[in-house]
Design a protein around this ligand. Structure first.
Ligand SMILES: O=C(O)[C@H](O)COP(=O)(O)O
Length: 237
């Protein structure tokens, strides 16, 4: 049996301020750092011998992974990072306050932008949150906006080429990433229907430990901090 732990970064400064973040490189709050350390203790307590950490190239996920590994006494684990595990790009919503945006455009529209499968927010048109010249993205066609579908379409090649082969080889993995890149992975793993993914949420800093069978289908799944768990997809495919 093989295990994968999906770990959304701990609370970030813009989680705290309730702002759309996406690809902006916002750091953890002290509470987020504590959640990351606590995640490491929970991962160690699970008894799973983890072999490798995957992260995005965003500071909040990188630091969450590092703090969790430190707390689990696993700072020696190999780490691989990819922009393909980045948060979904929030387009022109980036930087805006979520409650103010709902007051302006209505809750229904904001739910479509935040949780629908294939409706991207309006595109970002330059400005301070345009990261196309950030050297960490050299050679990457930095998106101007992404739906969850577009996010899954750029996560999946990395899953197929790097992550799935490790799992098939029997490696137990931790993926430290983001609410929506991890929702994309959950959709893929659990076979969640397009119109049901709206109901899937992932809490910050709470590892979701999934046991996979030989064909990489979930056999069981549980949040390691049960007191902050979200509902899991109804029936694993
Ligand atoms: O990018 C963000 O704003 C958050 O990390 C995820 O936000 P969401 O819950 O609005 O998808």
């Amino acid at each position: 049996m093989t295990f994968i732990a999906l770990l959304r970064h701990g609370q970030s400064q813009w989680n705290l301020e309730n702002r759309f973040t996406g690809w902006v490189d916002v750091d953890l709050t002290p509470e987020g750092e504590a959640q990351a350390r606590r995640s490491g203790v929970l991962l160690a307590d699970s008894g799973v011998p983890f072999d490798k950490l995957y992260t995005s190239v965003q500071t909040r996920a990188i630091r969450t992974g590092n703090l969790a590994l430190d707390a689990a006494k696993l700072a020696w684990l190999p780490v691989e990072r990819s922009w393909r595990l980045n948060e979904r790009h929030y387009g022109a919503l980036t930087g805006l306050n979520k409650a103010e945006t709902a007051a302006k455009h209505g809750d229904a529209q904001v739910t479509v932008w935040r949780r629908s499968y294939d409706v991207p927010p309006p595109p970002l048109d330059g400005g301070e949150f345009d990261l196309s010249n950030d050297r960490r993205y050299a050679g990457v066609d930095v998106p101007k906006t992404e739906s969850l579908k577009l996010t899954l379409e750029r996560v999946l090649p990395y899953w197929d080429e790097r992550i799935a082969p490790d799992l098939s080889a029997g490696k137990n993995l931790i993926i430290a990433a983001h609410g929506n890149s991890l929702r994309a992975i959950m959709k893929h793993l659990f076979g969640v229907a397009d119109d049901q993914i709206v109901h899937v949420e992932m809490p910050t800093g709470n590892p979701l430990l999934i046991e996979l069978d030989a064909s990489l289908k979930p056999k069981s799944a549980r949040y390691l901090d049960a007191s902050r768990a979200e509902t899991l997809p109804a029936s694993p495919a």
